[in-house]
Write a protein that binds this ligand. Structure first.
Ligand SMILES: [Zn+2]
Length: 314
């Protein structure tokens, strides 16, 4: 029996890593970027671990996330895309900053704790592409007043000391409050029966798996005016899903009303209907879907990015 070499290149991020395990796998890999994970032999020798190899940095982020949360993950030759969908992926810089703040909340045993990041190894924490992008997120968090960044070491030193400020702790509390307000999710969409399967097989399932209770007005029994009911139910909700498939005017009203109340709105639309979305709102980042399972996984990822703790429960 050949023994597997102890040193190898991490097949995900290509940095030097250590491995243990029998020569036929599965191996336990310890990578400074991706954390500790298990890997099958076919995955080690696979030519491509993802449908889109440009997304390998997201696979590093997924492995690091699960390593940190101690959920044992087995990377196989064909489950990379699924692993990516299982973690919060930031949609924009603000989400990436929030991921770094959450890292502080999880790792600080004192309000004044200092965390030293090594951007070239720690960039998967914010699901960024590389150390340079990670450092940009840190600098942006500093600009927002969330982080105090220790004496700027030259980037070549590759380490950066950070401390959370009062505003940073406030930001963490604001994110927590967003979920505490309500676990009701208001769903605004066309009630056309041809779209019921999308509600049942995508929206409902995604919300449930993120611990939200979906609320769709036509599914409840009520008497009285629909408008009053809509308004009071949106007020009670912690999130609103607005699907613009079939371009119904009511959905614009409900999304706008929620935005005015600072309730997060997730904009979605079937790909073939996207060109009908009104130009006043089509610049919002929509989840563009083509079938129920595609929609479910994208929606889940978006909710988890908004509410990073939603999955872990309270
Ligand atoms: Zn790695």
């Amino acid at each position: 029996m050949t023994t597997f070499p102890e040193d190898l290149t991490c097949p995900v991020c290509k940095s030097p890593a250590k491995s243990t395990g029998p020569s036929y796998g599965p191996f336990q890999i310890e990578c400074e970027r991706c954390g500790t994970y298990r890997l099958t032999y076919p995955a080690l020798t696979a030519t491509s671990l993802l449908k889109d190899s440009h997304q390998l940095y997201l696979l590093s982020a997924a492995l690091r996330y699960h390593s940190f949360h101690k959920t044992s993950v087995l990377l196989e030759h064909d489950n990379g895309d699924e692993l990516i969908r299982s973690i919060p992926i930031p949609n924009d810089l603000i989400d990436a900053i929030d991921l770094i703040l959450w890292h502080f909340a999880d790792n600080s045993n004192r309000y004044s704790s200092v965390i030293t990041f090594t951007p070239d190894n720690d960039y998967p924490i914010a699901a960024t592409h590389d150390g340079e992008e990670f450092k940009y997120v840190i600098d942006s968090a500093k600009e927002e007043g969330y982080l105090e960044v220790g004496d700027e070491m030259p980037y070549a030193e590759k380490r950066v000391d950070c401390q959370l400020t009062r505003s940073g702790w406030q930001r963490i509390r604001d994110i927590k409050d967003r979920r505490i307000i309500s676990d009701q999710a208001f769903v605004a969409m066309s009630f056309d029966s041809t779209l019921n399967f999308i509600y049942d097989n995508a929206i409902y399932l995604a919300l449930k798996s993120c611990n939200f209770n979906p609320y769709r007005i036509d599914r409840q029994h009520f008497s009285g005016k629909v408008d009053d009911m809509i308004i009071s139910e949106i007020r009670k909700s912690g999130i609103l899903i607005a699907d613009f498939t079939q371009n119904k005017p009511g959905v614009y009203f409900e999304a706008g009303f929620a935005m005015g109340l600072k309730i997060p709105v997730i904009w979605t639309c079937r790909d073939t209907d996207m060109n009908a979305v009104h130009f006043d709102t089509n610049h919002f980042s929509h989840i563009v879907w083509n079938d129920a399972s595609d929609f479910e996984s994208k929606l889940k990822a978006r909710i988890e990015a908004l509410y990073p703790r939603q999955k872990k429960g309270k």
